[in-house]
Design a binder for this molecule. Sequence first.
Ligand code: PLP
Length: 858
Amino acid sequence: MRAIRRFTVRTVLPEPLAPLGELALNLRWSWHAPTRELFASLDARKWVEAREEPARMLGLLTPEELEALAGDTAVVARVRAASQELDEYLTSDRWYQHQSDVPRTVAYFSPEFGIAAALPQYSGGLGILAGDHLKSASDLGVPIVGVGLFYKTGYFKQSLSRDGWQQETYPVLDPDGLPMTLLREEDGTAATVTVGLPGGRELHAHVWRAQVGRVPLLMLDSDIPTNDERARTVTDRLYGGSKEHRLQQEMLLGIGGVRALRLFARLTGSPAPEVFHSNEGHAGFLGIERIRELTSEGLDFDEALESVRAGTVFTTHTPVPAGIDRFGRDQIETYFGGDNGVDGVPVEKILALGAEDFAGGDPSVFNMAVMGLRLAQRANGVSRLHGVVSRDMFEGLFTGFDPTETPISSITNGVHHPTWVDTRVVDLVAKHGGVQGDGSDRGSVDWASVGDIPDEEIWALRRTLREQLVVEARRRVRRSWLTRGASPAELGWIEDAFDPDVLTIGFARRVPTYKRLTLMLRDPERLRSLLLHPTRPVQLIVAGKSHPADEQGKRLIQQVIRFADAHDVRHRIAFLPNYDIAMAQSLYPGCDVWLNNPLRPLEACGTSGMKSALNGGLNLSILDGWWDEWYDGENGWAIPTADGVDDPDHRDDLEAAALYDLIENSVAARFYDRDAQGLPRRWLQMVRHTLATLGPKVLADRMVADYVGELYAPSARGSHALEAAPDHSGAKELAAWKKTVVQHWHSVRVDHVESGDLADSPQVGDQLRVDAYVSLGDLGPQDVSVQLVHGRVNEADALADTVSAPLEHAESYEGGRHKFTATVGLRRTGAFGYTVRVLPAHPALTSPAEMGLVANAG
Ligand SMILES: *Cc1c(COP(=O)(O)O)cnc(C)c1O
């Protein structure tokens, strides 16, 4: 093979058009329609040829064309106006600038980022969420810096073989042609980050910077000449390769990522982050690197750990064990010990952070989620239900506590509406006065105002969006069949496939087993009759990628395709290959109903249904993730779950049957229920209700504001308390205190509890006095909190619905014994019970379970 030397010639813009350079480079164009319209207006044909990507578009314009545009005063004026508008967006005060006591900078680490189709650095929901997080942070003015990897081939491109088997290709991205720039030293050379590898090898990376509105996104790229051949492939693709490859990627992301941030701060003068947010466990080594930094400043490991914990936020995204990264302990020993070990960060300490040293754990593995929880003082799941599931899942880390006390809260995901809402929907709301400015400011879309939009207008828009999807689906089906080897002569039927007036259901997502792509095929005849119903037909658009190594996922896709290929139904159901942001943006607005049928409760949140809802779609979903929280009986349909049916086949049968019934008797019945003017009034009522009530909740703006208020700001305060004092004295004091408490905890116990007399038949409102005699050994009463835990006594003779109330220190005796006392009012009828427990107490602790220490009354 002949080696090809490649380089990209950057466009030189004539001076009057120079601002187009920044407008193309700043990814804000991906969610700012006026900027896209400006580029489209330069040359409509080339805009399409450039796949609607500004940087590519500029590359397609010839010098003569550019000169002609530069001589057109109207064009130049529009370019200048757009540039001023962008400057204003980048520099004006926004929501965050009106908040007080918030961090100066937050670093947001994620293994994937889905910003735009032009930058394919994502596989699915996790990446799209990270992209939406950065975009909303930008719109809100939150000073975030994103940190990730630059994967040379992204995830993969999906196509189909003749017999419907997923084919993967890995087109190589040319970083010079993408909207990003290389971070450079003052002398112009590429800035480099280095991470040590075993055997004396080194892994180097350059740092690409993409600009997401106001938010810089740093992406590390190992494909550089100073690396040996193996090291060059570390960032070759997302979620490919062996465990070892994955470990190297995660070391580069976590350790290299912190180093890239330091580099970025040095070169741009931007402030150091006060809070580090790890989106899933993959970036967890960022905490190890920050511990290393602090130990080099003289702290010991445990002191550094306290400091790092205070400033770290960890978000867990999956209740599926296979979704959690685990490495062999031996791999960690090789990569963080021996000749690659680092002073101050002994490998035994690292191993302890990721050890599954709890009931049911595997002693041979190193668990990244477990390390994430131990390195972050604040952690959350991504919907209310996922919070509950996560607290149960990780309760083993906090023995002696009720699962409800596991220190994991939840913030429900949201979606970035300027990215996901079709501009015609925004235009319609704007026409009726419901949008301020361009709609990208927090609260600038008044969703409740859809109540004033006439039914006819909403329905007409819904038809337009459905029709656009029909056209797009035909185009994609045609292209797919050509790839699958069909000849154009065989494809005449596609011109009439799908119908802009038929109820359209969408189902698109990754294809892990728990999402049950093929639940709809459980009873193929039943599905066929729904699709071909003489008066109330349904059409289905299906899409999704299977991980390349997941043969079972590929078989599921093939089953759908075999069904959809049949001549009698192929005009009503199709599998569209290569689900990505570009497809998603046309899919969500066009679907009347968004279907989701995961195995409850394995869908942590799900966000595609939110995007559908914001476009006037109705959700038809299992009560899982966000739908469990916000389904209200009027905004869509809940597919009943057969929770507790253990036989998975039987469960699928039951849930599929319920799904068919719902589609036929509720969904289609309502969609086709028309009045004299041909309008489905009750359907439209549901659409309006969905927009008005879900609209404000499902937004990434709401999500990011929640992160700021509930996690970032408290984390920055906690971190200041430990670090701001001279020489990290807060962290040192906390680490020393924890050591003492752990050492002496064995002598802490509740000796004896006495209660005051109650009436023979106590009533609500009566007071109960409790005295607890407690031994604390060498600890003092200020080191502990003694709690009265009271509640209802349930059928199993255990306490339920408990509340904790503090007991006050009353007296001290010889030998480290103390009396604590409290009085509680009885507030509930029925069986009442209580117990007393002792916990460590320190102002820097954020949860009773944080240290995993408790002494309960015997
Ligand atoms: C929104 C989105 C997802 C995530 O959807 P889920 O409902 O969480 O499965 C995945 N891929 C793309 C392209 C998306 O736009």
